[in-house]
Design a protein around this ligand. Structure first.
Ligand SMILES: CC(C)(COP(=O)(O)OP(=O)(O)OC[C@H]1O[C@@H](n2cnc3c(N)ncnc32)[C@H](O)[C@@H]1OP(=O)(O)O)[C@@H](O)C(=O)NCCC(=O)NCCS
Length: 170
C-alpha cells in the first residue's frame, strides 16, 4: 500500500521547534555531504551554520526565516530564506531527509520559497550550491534556475565552499 503524504510547511516560530530543526540538520548534513566534503568540514559547517545557536543568531540578527517541513506531523526537512536589500530573495537552505526524497516534496518546498519571495516583493530567488552536488543542481535546473556565477568562499577553519550561484528570475 502506498501511504498518502500529508505535507505541511510552516514557519518556525518557537525555540523548541528550531532545536528540532537543528537536530535534523545535523543528521541530513552528515548523510548528504559524505563524498562531497570531508567529515571535518561537515562538522565545522554544521556548527557554524546549522547549530541552534547559529540559527538563532541568523533569525534574530540577519533577517532569516526557517520553515519546517512535516509529513503527517513528522519533521523531515527544512528551508532557510532571507530577503536581500535589492530585488533578490536568498534561498539559503533546502534540506530533505533521504527517505523522503523523490516524492514531490522538494517541488512543494520550492513552491513555498517562490511564494515567500513574492510576498516579500522580490522578483528573483538565488542560492549557492556545491559544484559537486549534482542532484541538487539538477533539481534547481529542472525548476528553472540557471547558473549565473561561481564563488569560492573562505569560511574559516581552513575550509572553503566551492559553489555555483544559481538564480531564477520571475
Ligand atoms: C535537494 C533536495 C531538497 C531535493 O529533493 P528531492 O526529493 O531529492 O528532489 P526530487 O528528486 O523530488 O526532484 C525535484 C524535482 O526536480 C526534478 N528533477 C530531479 N532531477 C532531475 C533531472 N536530473 N532532470 C530533470 N528533472 C529532475 C524532479 O523530477 C522533481 O520534479 P517533480 O516534483 O515535478 O517531479 C534533496 O535532494 C536534499 O535534501 N538533498 C540534500 C541536501 C541538499 O543538497 N540540499 C541543497 C543544498 S544547496
Amino acid at each position: 500500500m502506498v501511504k498518502k503524504m500529508s505535507i505541511e510547511i510552516t514557519k518556525v516560530k518557537y525555540f523548541l521547534e528550531l532545536r528540532e530543526v537543528a537536530e535534523l540538520a545535523e543528521k541530513i548534513w552528515h548523510e548528504c555531504f559524505i563524498g562531497i566534503l570531508s567529515h571535518g568540514q561537515i562538522d565545522y559547517m554544521v556548527e557554524k551554520f546549522q547549530s541552534l545557536e547559529a540559527m538563532t543568531k541568523q533569525i534574530e540578527e540577519q533577517d532569516y526565516t526557517y520553515f519546517a517541513v512535516r509529513d503527517d506531523g513528522e519533521l523531515c526537512g527544512y528551508i532557510g530564506v532571507k530577503p536581500e536589500s535589492d530585488n533578490r530573495f536568498f534561498l539559503s537552505k533546502l534540506y530533505l531527509r533521504q527517505d523522503k526524497r523523490g516524492r514531490g516534496i522538494a517541488s512543494l518546498m520550492l513552491k513555498k520559497v517562490f511564494e515567500e519571495a513574492r510576498l516579500s516583493g522580490k522578483n528573483s530567488v538565488y542560492l549557492t550550491v556545491n559544484k559537486h552536488n549534482d542532484h541538487a543542481v539538477d533539481v534547481y535546473k529542472a525548476t528553472g534556475f540557471e547558473i549565473v556565477d561561481t564563488a569560492v568562499t573562505d569560511i574559516g577553519g581552513g575550509y572553503v565552499m566551492d559553489d555555483f550561484i544559481m538564480e531564477y528570475t520571475f
